[in-house]
Design a protein around this ligand. Structure first.
Ligand code: CA
Length: 220
């Protein structure tokens, strides 16, 4: 899951980036309208966290531009602007949710999960594929009810594959889902994490299509 964080308060931005990465999200952080628009042109995001008061303009302009291009990406506004008028204007400009600073990290992460669940068209908070279950809220992963402990990266990879069952994701597509810009990625990192995953969950669940990528296959 790749998130764009648009926030000019460095303390909040760094704190959120660290916390969300620990939760297994890839996070790109930008601090102004111009850089945000550039990032949105160049990358594909699963969700945007949007501050409104930015040094070179309003976050609402970013939001309005996205929606005028029919971009359905979930947008969560996180702002100090707390009047009823601000909240209504944010939602009516196309935001999917609105949080007022200061906020609790736990609640922000829960709202992120809600927005991702809705954008994936899931009713249940738990992802199920055959005998495999994944719970984004608890980072729980189980096969036939047997819990398996995964690292944040392993969890992020299996989540990306479960989101797209029976379709092949290339190494690059997986990298884009799990690494932000300024994170060092070793050239064989994905292969390494997948080999670790296979040791934990079994060899036959993630299939490697030579030269193409990886696919999670539904088993009865
Ligand atoms: Ca601000």
């Amino acid at each position: 899951m790749r998130l764009l964080l648009i926030e000019d308060d460095l303390m909040i931005s760094e704190g959120l980036t660290t916390a969300l990465r620990q939760s297994g999200y890839a996070v790109d952080a930008v601090a102004d309208v111009q850089t945000a628009k550039l990032s949105l042109t160049n990358e594909k995001y699963d969700l945007i966290i949007l501050d409104l008061g930015l040094p070179d303009g309003s976050g609402l302009d970013i939001l309005k531009k996205l929606r005028s291009h029919h971009d359905p990406v979930p947008v969560l506004i996180v702002t100090a602007k707390d009047t009823l008028k601000d909240v209504v204007a944010g939602l009516d400009s196309g935001a999917d949710d609105y949080m007022i600073k200061p906020f609790e990290l736990e609640e922000l992460e829960a709202r992120i999960r809600v927005l991702l669940r809705r954008s994936e068209g899931r009713a249940s908070p738990v992802l199920t594929l055959g005998n495999i279950q994944l719970n984004p809220a608890t980072h729980g992963f189980s096969i036939d009810g047997r819990q398996i402990i995964l690292s944040a990266r392993e969890f992020a990879i299996i989540y990306a594959l479960m989101e797209n069952p029976n379709s092949v994701l290339s190494r690059q597509q997986i990298e884009e889902k799990i690494y932000g810009w300024n994170e060092e990625v070793e050239s064989n990192a994905i292969e390494y994490h997948i080999s670790q995953l296979r040791k934990k969950i079994g060899r036959d669940i993630i299939r490697n299509i030579r030269g193409v990528g990886y696919v999670l296959e539904k088993k009865a």
